[in-house]
Design a protein around this ligand. Structure first.
Ligand code: ADP
Ligand code: MG
Length: 286
């Protein structure tokens, strides 16, 4: 590899908002078989909105506001925004505990409370009718979180995060190149599948705990080289393990540091452009 060609290639891509950090990346790009995507903030806009509340809305939002007060999760900001628009007061909160990939537990208004997915519900029962409503919401690509007080579900909140406008085209471009596309997410299987269908992604690995993302990338590497595209704190290990880590420019600092390629414009179509450019550059310097 001649350094000059390398610099020309990466200089041109930089002008397009595609930062390629090193030559190793260029080399790996040639044999990528699979592109794996994080969901939230990568395929989707990353600005979730509350769409439905089932149960006593004021009471649910009151507990949810307490629970999400100190959470940094994107779902928390959606809930706090909704609560603010409904003029919900912030209740007293103690014993806050974030549970990775599941939700939050805390003492709110002197009662033990929780918010999160069904992994938090181990000994809590929900009736068949509520369960049906949950399934329906999830099939509409809405993430459902349960709100519970003293070991009983008082209601649920559905939250939607729409795909970015360009995600569908971006996936189609990669598939046209013969690449396999996979979504890897901590969200529920039904929600993940609904989003994957909207954007044309081939396969879905859902309900993944943040600490397991990198291991899933490793198993996919058994079928050939893997590019991973992500934006979050959780994505850093997967970005590092992948043959090519591609970070969204809007992502967390740790994601950007872990990526070999950074997409400054946050346009998912730049994944395909980055692959095309790297191939051209690599073939020239070979
Ligand atoms: P993602 O891949 O979307 O970043 P996470 O691992 O961060 O997934 O979260 C997975 C799931 O855990 C969420 O979809 C949600 O059901 C639940 N969860 C995590 N944190 C919270 C929270 N602060 N409030 C409510 N639910 C949460
Ligand atoms: Mg994300």
């Amino acid at each position: 590899a001649t350094p000059t060609a390398l610099m020309v290639g990466t200089g041109r891509s930089a002008k397009m908002g595609i930062l390629i950090k090193n030559g190793e990346v260029l080399e790996a790009v040639n044999d990528i078989k699979t592109v794996v995507f994080d969901k939230t903030g990568t395929i989707t806009i990353g600005k979730p909105e509350v769409t439905d509340i089932i149960g006593d809305e004021k009471n649910i939002l009151n507990f949810a506001t307490g629970l999400e007060q100190s959470s940094e999760h994107p779902l928390a900001s959606a809930i706090l925004k909704k609560a603010k628009s409904e003029n919900i007061n912030v209740p007293s909160v103690s014993q806050f505990k974030a549970i990775e990939g599941k939700g939050v537990k805390a003492t709110v208004n002197g009662q033990s409370a929780f918010i999160g997915n069904d992994k938090l519900l181990s000994d809590v029962k929900i009736n068949a009718e509520l369960k049906q409503r949950v399934i329906k919401l999830q099939e509409e690509a809405k993430t459902v979180v349960f709100v519970g007080v003293e070991n009983e579900v008082i209601g649920l909140i559905a939250i939607q995060d729409a795909p970015k406008e360009t995600s569908k085209e971006a996936i189609a471009d990669l598939k046209a190149r013969g690449l396999k596309t996979v979504m890897l997410t901590g969200d529920n299987q039904r929600v993940a599948k609904a989003i994957a269908k909207q954007v044309g992604i081939d396969s879905v690995i859902a309900d993944v705990l943040p600490s397991d993302k990198a291991d899933h990338v490793k198993s996919l590497q058994q079928d050939g080289k893997v590019a991973f595209v992500g934006d979050g704190i959780n994505d850093a290990p997967a970005l590092t393990v992948a043959d090519v880590g591609i970070a969204m420019g809007s992502g967390t600092d740790i994601a950007i540091e872990s990526g070999g390629i950074v997409l400054v414009k946050n346009d998912l179509r730049d994944v395909d452009r980055a692959l095309a450019l790297s191939k051209k550059t690599f073939n020239r310097i070979k």
